[in-house]
Design a binder for this molecule. Structure first.
Ligand code: ADE
Length: 229
């Protein structure tokens, strides 16, 4: 999988790339590039954004700058690009990221993520260059970078070889293996701490009973919407 993040802050991704599960995925041949639209801006002084028409606070990423940048990176008309690869515009009002959406993205060979800054994008970037507008929650971040990292993290951990244990991503929250429910609770040593005992069934060694117990807890959490699940 090739993940390209178009961002005015490519350095932010150096830290992300260095994290173990990400570097594992990259060692398997997956790619994560951070591309700076400023490198291709047709405007003088490296300008990339402008004040919003109609007034208001903040700055908006210009459509002509994104057009030149995508053309520069991919050597195709950006209007065509989205039929060749998934192009995600990170924006708080977009389609909410969930496990189903992540599975869909993890099946793609190549994804480009466009990060807005300050007040976001000129809407024509979303309309004409993006295949999807994506939100990681109904709150406003100061830019799309952290949202892009969330998307990349969720996608990369689905790819074979990214997680240490082959089964780690199979039976986890919202997976098919758990009927789309949150994951069951986990416990480790000590079996008792300050009087708080681990459920006996988990210490019993009865695999079938453990499976049944886990499935029940998972469904219970799904019904309750337990925080932290
Ligand atoms: N950019 C700013 N806020 C965002 C959010 N909540 N989701 C995706 N992109 C964003």
């Amino acid at each position: 999988m090739q993940l390209d993040v178009v961002t005015l802050f490519p350095d932010w991704f150096d830290w992300f790339r260095a994290q173990r599960h990400v570097s594992n995925a990259l060692a398997q041949g997956h790619e994560l590039r951070a591309l700076n639209p400023r490198d291709h801006t047709p405007l003088s002084g490296g300008q990339v954004d402008d004040t919003p028409f109609g007034g208001g606070a903040g700055m908006v990423l210009r459509v002509d700058v994104m057009d030149a940048a995508l053309k520069g990176f991919y050597d195709v008309d950006p209007v065509q690009l989205r039929s060749e690869r998934r192009v995600l515009a990170l924006t708080p009002g977009g389609r909410m990221l969930d496990e189903k959406f992540v599975d869909e993205l993890a099946a793609e060979p190549a994804i480009t993520l466009l990060c807005g800054r300050y007040e976001g994008f000129d809407e024509r970037i979303v309309q004409h260059f993006a295949s999807d507008a994506v939100s990681i929650g109904r709150y406003v971040l100061s830019g799309g970078e952290l949202a892009a990292m969330v998307v990349c993290d969720a996608v990369l951990r689905k790819l074979p070889g990214a997680l240490g244990h082959a089964d780690s991503a199979v039976e986890e929250s919202f997976s098919k293996a758990l009927d789309g429910q949150p994951e069951y609770p986990h416990y480790t040593r000590p079996a008792e701490y300050r009087g708080w005992r681990v459920p006996d069934v988990l210490l019993s060694g009865h695999h079938e009973e453990i499976r049944t117990w886990r499935r029940l807890r998972s469904h219970e959490r799904g019904a309750e919407g337990t925080p932290g699940a």
